[in-house]
Design a protein around this ligand. Structure first.
Ligand SMILES: C[S@@+](CC[C@H](N)C(=O)[O-])C[C@H]1O[C@@H](n2cnc3c(N)ncnc32)[C@H](O)[C@@H]1O
Length: 296
């Protein structure tokens, strides 16, 4: 059983079983995120601190507020931002990124011949570091050959998306970006901040998409879908549904990358798994009548 938590002079009220189940259910229904019993005190603290900010002392009252028209929608987006794990960084998973680079190089001649733009989607992009990392790699490997590219970052939280759109990061973000990108991909803004170069920001757009509602999402025919460190917060049946929907949004020959171990026994008739010890990835088969493999 969780304890009441003191914050300064105020106390966060205890979340009883009924309220825990109610909030856990609402969160899962709206975001897909499943908070197990072990994360009960996290839920209590996050809800309770927000209630203190609003002067609300009762979980039931706050629950009603969340459901209440446009102001409820606004409050829900603040709460989602508090409850979701948004940890991210530039160049987070080098093995997965290497796979994307190899894929770009392999696909380049075909897309050039058709004058197609190479489309990348960072699903659950948080504050944008993943999307801008893809932009740096695409600029390096595609732009010099004249091939156009575009990156879309999507997330459920409007607050992280605002940070992503700004393209501004604390100076320490530079530590995560390999030094060879420093002089063209990132510009100093002040003694505290850096900014992603304008030529990369122009290629990136950010939009609110809940991955539970992909049927409303216009993105189709993506050449790379990068969905890392998002599915882990969902139950397995939901991960399958999301992956099925992402598979449909890949272009023939397109690459889907998920976090290592985020889904071990999933397969899809449109996809072939990519054999790599360090990365979980799939390629959409080419839809030619000969059944030509996407990896050839
Ligand atoms: C841990 S971050 C991962 C960020 C980035 N992909 C990475 O690997 O560095 C997870 C992100 O998924 C987002 N998220 C959680 N539930 C979501 C949903 N239902 N739809 C869209 N995004 C969601 C969160 O807001 C958060 O920004």
């Amino acid at each position: 059983m969780s304890q009441s938590i003191r914050n300064g002079l105020s106390t966060v009220p205890e979340l009883d079983d009924v309220q825990f189940n109610r909030w856990q259910g609402l969160l899962e229904e709206r975001t897909g995120m499943f908070l197990p019993q072990q994360r009960r005190s996290f839920l209590q603290t996050s809800l309770g601190l927000r209630m203190l900010e609003l002067g609300i002392r009762d979980y039931g009252e706050y629950y009603e507020k969340i459901q209440d028209g446009p102001s409820g929608v606004m409050e829900w987006s603040t709460l989602v931002d508090r409850l979701t794990v948004q940890e991210t960084r530039f160049f987070r998973d080098p093995d997965a990124l290497q796979l994307v680079v190899e894929h770009m190089r392999r696909q380049r001649p075909r897309l050039q011949a058709r004058e197609e733009t190479m489309e990348f989607w960072s699903v659950g992009c948080s504050s944008g570091e993943e999307a801008y990392t893809l932009a740096m790699l695409a600029e390096e490997n595609l732009a010099s050959t004249g091939l156009k590219y575009s990156i879309t970052g999507t997330d459920i939280s409007t607050i992280v998306l605002r940070k992503a759109r700004s393209g501004r990061y604390p100076l320490r973000a530079l530590e995560r970006i390999p030094v060879e990108y420093h002089n063209w991909a990132i510009a100093p803004l002040s003694s505290q901040q850096v900014e992603v170069a304008a030529q990369l920001r122009r290629r990136c757009c950010f939009s609110q998409v809940n991955i539970l509602n992909l049927k409303n999402c216009p993105l189709q025919s993506q050449h790379v879908i990068f969905c890392q460190n998002v599915l882990i917060y969902f139950r397995r049946w939901r991960r399958r549904e999301i992956l099925d929907a992402l598979a449909q949004r890949l272009a023939p020959g397109g690459l889907l990358v998920i976090g290592l171990g985020e889904m071990v026994d999933w397969e899809h008739p449109l996809l072939e798994s990519v054999h790599s010890g360090q990365v979980t990835a799939f390629v959409r088969k080419q839809s030619t009548s000969t059944g030509e493999s996407a990896r050839r």
